[in-house]
Write a protein that binds this ligand. Structure first.
Ligand code: CS2
Ligand code: MG
Length: 410
């Protein structure tokens, strides 16, 4: 019987920081897991190196569920972003190993493909309407069939999701975590945003027609009532979803939003446990589960969340921003292909430097992602190249109300 022989935490920063767990068995088989927690990366490194790696040595790598429970219940201190990112990395690495040992792609181990590909959405943004249109056209040219729209808001400075204006054919490049000793501070005005966003979607529908699948991320910034106002004002533009319309910690607040609008709601990228969804799912207050494999306890845990959601006809919309490493993205794609209640997959293309360190076998064609059929996850990690990119502290912005400087949700 093979055993776990090594558990190494690999750090690299080709343009942005990534943390990867590499588990090696006594048979020399390796598995990779994404442990990247944007702006708090080193906390997961310490959790893995100091507390988890020593516990894995000598264990049977194929006891995936037992290892999950051992790390979750055995920690005594459960849940939370750091713990669940660490457990996720172990879980995904063990699925990678099982795939390699059995010669199967991970989606086959999860029950096989339920579709030919995973519909993906890309990010378009602009500081004004013409540059937004250029960004949307760039994505249509790349084959995207679904596009998330974010824009600047008149009267506000930098807001979430607005990259530098793209030129025709230019890659969308937006990294919210800035390399600096302290977080940058952004200003917010909810009323200015609520006035502006419906006019943006009116212009986009006018220009691109009724068929294009459109999404928007309110990024946790609105009160429940503001979220209801926005949801209602966007109804004429037939969005695929309005994301993170209000912070979801108090799940009951979504009752207020749900009772006021039919705009589909997606929540969950900052959630890391099925309990974060309990009321949202059982009361059908959302339509899409947004968690990432890398932040919600791995493939084993996110599969349980999405199976639970299926009972309430709620679908997946897994987080796939560039702070989810190619390992985390590949893990999401295997789950996307296997589950029944698939909705859509976020896809922000990683930089070339990142894709040189992480060699991936997933593909994007005609708007659909596919994890490939390579045994395991289908991602290789170039350790020599990765070692050339030192970790650099980077922080996500802090948001303050423009009116009086109060801290607000970013
Ligand atoms: C965002 C993310 O992609 C999204 O939906 O909410 O870009 C998010 O801001 C980052 O992942 C934070 O690290
Ligand atoms: Mg989001």
């Amino acid at each position: 019987m093979s055993t776990i022989e090594r558990a190494e935490v690999l750090i690299t920063s080709p343009g942005r920081n990534f943390i990867t767990l590499k588990i090696t068995t006594s048979d020399g088989v390796t598995g990779l897991g994404d442990a990247t927690l944007n702006g708090r990366e080193l906390s997961v490194v310490a959790y893995l190196r100091e507390h988890i790696a020593p516990l894995l040595i000598g264990r049977d790598p194929h006891l995936i569920e037992d290892t999950w429970q051992y790390l979750y219940r055995g920690a005594y201190w459960r849940r939370g972003p750091v713990t669940m990112a660490a457990i996720a990395a172990v879980d995904v690495a063990l699925w990678d190993i099982l795939g390699k040992v059995t010669g199967q792609p991970v989606h086959q181990l999860l029950g096989g493909a339920s579709r030919t590909g995973a519909l993906a959405y890309g990010h378009a943004s602009g500081s004004d309407t013409p540059s937004l249109f250029t960004s949307i056209r760039n994505h249509l040219d790349q084959g995207f069939r679904a596009i998330r729209v974010q824009t600047a808001v008149p009267g506000l400075g930098q807001v979430y999701g607005v990259a530098t204006n793209q030129k025709p054919g230019q890659r969308y490049d937006y990294e919210p975590a800035k390399r600096a000793a302290l977080p940058v501070e952004e200003g917010w005005d909810g009323r200015a945003y609520l006035r502006h966003i419906p006019t943006v979607f009116a212009a986009v529908r006018e220009e691109f027609g009724p068929d294009l699948t459109l999404l928007h991320d309110a990024h946790h910034r609105l009160s429940p009532n503001e979220a209801a106002i926005l949801g209602k004002s966007l109804e004429p533009y037939d969005l695929f979803w309005l994301e993170d319309c209000t912070p979801g910690e108090n799940q009951e607040t979504l009752r207020r939003v749900r009772s006021q609008t039919t705009t589909p709601l997606a929540i969950g990228e900052v959630f890391n446990s099925v309990y974060d969804y309990q009321t949202l799912i059982t009361e059908q207050l959302i339509d899409y589960v947004r968690s990432a494999v890398a932040h919600a306890g791995g493939i084993s845990a996110l599969k349980k969340i999405i199976d639970f959601a299926a009972i309430y006809q709620i679908k997946s919309g897994f987080h796939g921003a560039t702070d989810i490493s190619p390992v985390g993205q590949a893990a999401a794609l295997h789950l996307d292909l296997a589950i029944h209640n698939f909705g859509i997959q976020e896809y922000m293309k990683h930089s070339e430097a990142t894709l040189e360190v992480f060699k991936t076998s997933y593909t994007f064609k005609n708007g659909f992602l596919h994890p490939g059929t390579t045994p395991g996850l289908g991602v290789e990690y170039d350790e020599d190249l990765a070692a050339r990119f030192d970790y650099m502290p980077a922080y996500l912005p802090v948001n303050r109300l423009q009116l009086d400087g109060s801290v607000h949700d970013w």
